[in-house]
Design a protein around this ligand. Structure first.
Ligand code: GAP
Length: 440
């Protein structure tokens, strides 16, 4: 694999800003470091990423059900989970420029990444990453609550509720998508590391002796998911954690890493959480969190395999992998070769001009397509420019309504990747587009 182009990140960030995918949060106030807002096209793309995850993790499986738990949870949850005591990063300050860094992210040279000073760091302090808030009108110790730093705990505390009401037998999983918050010391690289982000997590409950088998299964399955959704295999790798980097709950973790423009980095983590979380919650809540295995006629605490992905980070990886610049007829073409399921807009309807006869027909075609696909109508500028505008946001298909359409009741369908054009009758357009998009 050739090294990634270091300018790729700037190009993708510029594109996302220019085309309304991602904006800096609170921009009119100068921004709020490390938080981002998703614009009209960004919200569609991120939703498609989450839908694709949900479809393969819940809808297409008979062994996984969904959950949407609250962000604010009883503070005891975080005592039991170990996050209050151990969800920390080592923090150092540069005595020269006062900038703060994660001690485990410092360059080997020992020089301050900001001012270059040597041996200028303070001793590492442990800094808890959870955001604190107060519940109710009084701001005292008794009303402290935390914004969840992972969605997983909402699943563990609901294990009994879900298992009994859905009458699931092991192995089975509970999937959840939702916001998580971490007071990261060094947020950065656009949406890669932020303080507010969305996770897509699934806790897969298994008999203890099957944990190793399911761990391997989920590592492979999750790797395959990214490939199947358009990330080239050579931009992905699996990296098992060294024992010293394992989270406090993990008996083994493997990261699925992506080749970002700055090098390999985590895209998703798959962890063997053993019976740690259920055992801790049983101890702290006084509730029994075991499973009755009818075949074995015994109660035991299930073990858990957890594939934990980030929606924002996955969207960034899909964008980086899809971004291409190429030359077509002597001109630069930017094209996002997104998997069609992820593309924000599926079909763009383009009247050849704003001619008074063409516009009503284009409006009719758009109205016909709208219930079936996320569409866009664009009538501004030359047809070539409009194709380029759709290419750079990854729209797989363009439908052009031209003067011949008035006579032959047909339109031109143009493919983003091949740029091939076919004449299709308006009557058969919905079915034709559906087939091209391979939607069921
Ligand atoms: N429940 C396990 C867990 O939270 P993690 O590796 O800390 O594991 C899982 O997080 C995924 O969540 C990461 O692989 C990443 O995609 C995403 N993620 C974590 N911290 C993030 C941050 N600060 N900004 C954006 N995404 C983040």
């Amino acid at each position: 694999m050739t090294a990634p182009d270091p300018k790729l990140m700037d190009r993708v960030v510029n594109l996302t800003k220019r085309r309304g995918l991602v904006f800096p949060s609170s921009e009119i106030y100068g921004g709020f470091r490390s938080t981002w807002d998703y614009g009209p096209l960004g919200v569609l793309l991120k939703r498609n990423v989450k839908d694709a995850w949900w479809r393969s993790m819940v809808q297409l499986r008979d062994d996984v059900v969904g959950l949407d738990a609250a962000i604010l949870m009883a503070p005891k949850v975080w005592e039991a989970s170990g996050h209050l005591a151990t969800f920390t990063d080592p923090l150092v300050d540069c005595r020269n420029c006062n900038e703060r860094f994660r001690a485990d992210h410092l360059p080997e040279s020992g020089a301050c990444p900001n001012c270059g000073a040597k041996d200028s760091f303070t001793e590492a302090r442990h800094f808890n990453l959870m955001f604190k808030t107060f519940v109710g009108p009084v701001e005292d110790d008794a009303s402290v609550a935390y914004l969840r730093p992972e969605t997983a705990q909402g699943i563990f505390v609901n294990f009994k509720n879900v298992q009994t009401t859905s009458r699931r037998k092991l192995p089975f999983g509970i999937a959840q998508i939702g916001k998580s918050f971490r007071n990261e010391i060094t947020p950065g690289n656009f949406t890669f590391r932020t303080r507010e982000f969305e996770q897509m997590e699934m806790e897969y409950f298994v008999p203890p002796e099957q944990a190793a088998k399911w761990f391997d299964y989920w590592v492979q399955e999750r790797f395959r998911w990214y490939v199947e959704h358009g990330i080239p295999e050579e931009m992905l790798r699996i990296r098992p954690h060294d024992p010293e980097e394992l989270s406090h709950y993990s008996a083994g973790t493997a990261d699925i890493e992506f080749l970002y423009p700055w090098g390999w980095g985590e895209l998703e983590g798959v962890a063997n959480r053993t019976d740690f979380d259920l055992t801790q919650h049983a101890r702290y809540s006084g509730q029994e969190l075991t499973y009755f295995d009818q075949e074995r006629d015994e109660h035991y605490v299930p073990h858990v395999i957890e594939p934990a992905a980030g929606a924002d980070r996955a969207m960034l990886a899909f964008l980086l992998a899809a971004y291409h610049e190429e030359e077509v007829k002597g001109e630069k073409r930017i094209v996002l070769r997104l998997d069609r399921r992820l593309s924000p807009i599926k079909v763009a309807v383009l009247p050849l001009s704003r001619n008074e006869k063409l516009v009503p027909l284009a409006t009719k075609v758009a109205a016909m397509l709208r219930p079936h696909f996320q569409i866009d109508v664009d009538d501004a500028g030359s047809i070539g420019k409009r194709y380029r505008r759709q290419d750079e946001v990854g729209t797989p298909l363009c439908v052009t309504v031209d003067f011949d359409s008035l006579d032959d009741d047909a339109v031109t369908v143009r493919d983003r990747d091949t740029m091939a054009q076919d004449r299709i009758t308006i009557d058969s357009l919905v079915d034709d587009l559906r087939a091209r998009l391979s939607l069921c």
